[in-house]
Unconditional design. Structure first.
Length: 299
């Protein structure tokens, strides 16, 4: 049921305004989630608009199928990684598309479902897979990586300067007992940080780093942007919403490269500066605080 998939769409008006044009007919939502943005696209578009929705999470696809059922055969849903969007588009006969949306990161539903292991708000298995059938969990990484690789992972993906100390505490703890739950890991990281607990929980960056590593989020993002740009028809638009600096840095660089490469410009940026959530939206949806939206169009 859609009621069980809790997710509030971020920047709904801004996304729709940048993604859709009066001639938009084929749109890809590469991270369809609960289909909040997708539903807005279908409602706002003409009766000719078709949507290809992609997600690795079967719970998200089930919610999307119910929410978009009213649009019938105009909606195509696929379980898979958005890095394969070209393949999925070709499978339904699309050589080009008019709009592509990537809403990166973890949905509210995934964060709020304890057994998914994304959050330390509840004690749960240390999982963190966006795709429940993915090969490795966060527990696998925590319990098998050597201390140096674990420290590098926390530093690179979590941008935590205390990464070496955290990794040392993790390795010492797992020698006594394997680390299999979210609260166990959060407690170890908190102790590594001297028990300090300010507005941001000490384990926040470590959990972010593990989630990114488990799902290979940054490498997938780097791989998909050139494919998405190549898939755009003239006038087509790519809109990407990121929720931490590492993602936004990749998007910013890729868009800059696209607009400056070659003897002739094929793309232009629609957002000279990233769009952020208003104070009002941040109050209503605290998880919108970190969003950075960037958009680019094929000339």
């Amino acid at each position: 049921m859609t009621t069980t998939f809790r997710h509030i769409s971020v920047l709904p008006t801004e996304v729709l305004g940048l993604l859709m044009t009066p001639t938009s007919q084929r749109v890809i939502d590469g991270t369809i989630g609960g289909a909040g943005h997708a539903q807005s696209v279908m409602v706002a578009g003409t009766s000719d608009v078709q949507l290809l929705g992609i997600d690795v999470d079967p719970a998200a696809l089930a919610a999307a199928a119910e929410r978009l059922d009213q649009f019938g055969a105009r909606v195509h849903l696929v379980r898979g990684n958005y890095a394969d969007m070209v393949q999925f588009a070709h499978r339904i006969g699309w050589d080009t598309v008019d709009g592509i949306l990537l809403d990166l990161g973890v949905s509210s539903h995934q964060l709020d479902t304890p057994e998914r292991g994304f959050s330390f708000q509840n004690d749960a298995p240390l999982d963190m897979r966006l795709d429940p059938d993915g090969p490795k969990t966060a527990a696998d990484l925590v319990n098998t990586l050597d201390e140096r690789k674990l420290a590098d992972l926390i530093f690179l993906y979590g941008e935590d300067r205390a990464s070496r100390r955290i990794a040392r505490f993790i390795v010492d703890a797992r020698r006594v007992k394997p680390i299999h739950t979210t609260l166990a890991l959060a407690d170890i990281v908190t102790r590594a940080m001297g028990g300090r607990h300010g507005p941001i929980h000490p384990a926040t960056r470590t959990f972010q780093a593990l989630r990114i590593a488990v799902n290979q989020e940054l490498s997938v993002l780097e791989a998909v942007i050139p494919q998405a740009l190549a898939l755009l028809a003239p006038g087509g638009r790519l809109v990407i919403m990121s929720f931490h600096s590492l993602e936004d840095r990749i998007v910013k660089l890729a868009f800059r490269t696209a607009t400056l490469s070659g003897d002739r410009k094929f793309f232009h940026t629609l957002t000279p500066k990233p769009i952020e959530a208003t104070v009002s939206e941040q109050r209503q949806n605290p998880r919108s605080r970190s969003v950075r939206l960037r958009a680019i169009a094929r000339l």
